[in-house]
Design a protein around this ligand. Structure first.
Ligand code: 5RP
Length: 220
């Protein structure tokens, strides 16, 4: 079972390289699926410029010889590729299991095409908790009070590279639009892991021995 999941992640990741070409600027997500993507990109010896959503991704990418630049000069990216924790039938995602969702949202939003790579076990009929959050440490008890729900600080997690505190929402997720608005309007919430379908162009799903394509939104 575990072997199949890993094989499906790898198949989805390898298939995403077909969306890349010389000269592109590419956002690299974070996680175990992206860890299969990076060597597959390196193998193709493409002349691309990457930005990384986490120190782990940056280290892996540079160790494979990819060119990684700081995301402070480019104002857009051609493509971003990332994994997800959950994908619902409408293309809503929950991301941030690895705690990189703030940077991942910035990179996905900057990309003309955001391509998601998952194994089939990430597909869900309905989104379910937890939803990852990144919170400011300043005023943290007040932010938790305003969030009004079951929010648990990740006690084992380090701060994010941007100094944020990682937490998870365990309340209901039935209304992702309303919940996303609730998070965004709460002072002290830096970002959340609910990614609306309009962000994602397609999801590449490793399923058994094939890769299925779920088209979510038209390319920008
Ligand atoms: C990290 C993420 C990851 O993309 C998500 O957790 C999926 O990870 P994996 O590919 O290891 O299953 O959002 O913040």
């Amino acid at each position: 079972m575990e072997f199949n999941v890993e094989r499906e992640k790898k198949m989805a990741a390898v298939s995403a390289v077909d969306y890349l070409d010389d000269g592109m600027t590419v956002g690299l997500g974070t996680g175990s699926t992206v860890a299969y993507l990076i060597p597959a990109i390196a193998y193709r010896e493409l002349d691309i410029t990457c930005v990384a959503t986490s120190p782990a991704t940056e280290n892996l990418a540079t160790s494979h010889g990819l060119r990684v630049v700081a995301f402070d000069k480019l104002d857009h990216l051609d493509v971003a590729i990332d994994g997800a924790d959950q994908v619902d039938p409408h293309g809503w995602l929950i991301k941030g299991g690895g705690g990189a969702h703030t940077r991942e949202r910035i990179v996905a939003s900057a990309a003309r095409r955001f391509i998601v790579i998952v194994s089939a076990n990430k597909l869900v009929g309905r989104l379910r908790p937890p939803v990852p959050l990144e919170l400011m440490s300043f005023g943290l008890p007040s932010t938790l009070r305003w969030l009004l729900g079951d929010v648990r600080i990740r006690s084992d997690a380090l701060r994010t590279p941007d100094g944020g505190v990682l937490a998870d929402w365990y309340g209901p997720v039935d209304d992702p639009i309303g919940l996303g608005r609730h998070f965004s309007s709460t002072p002290g919430v830096v970002s959340h892991g609910l990614f609306q379908p309009a962000l994602t162009e397609r999801v590449l799903i490793g399923r058994g021995t094939q890769v299925d394509v779920m088209k979510v939104s038209p390319p920008e």
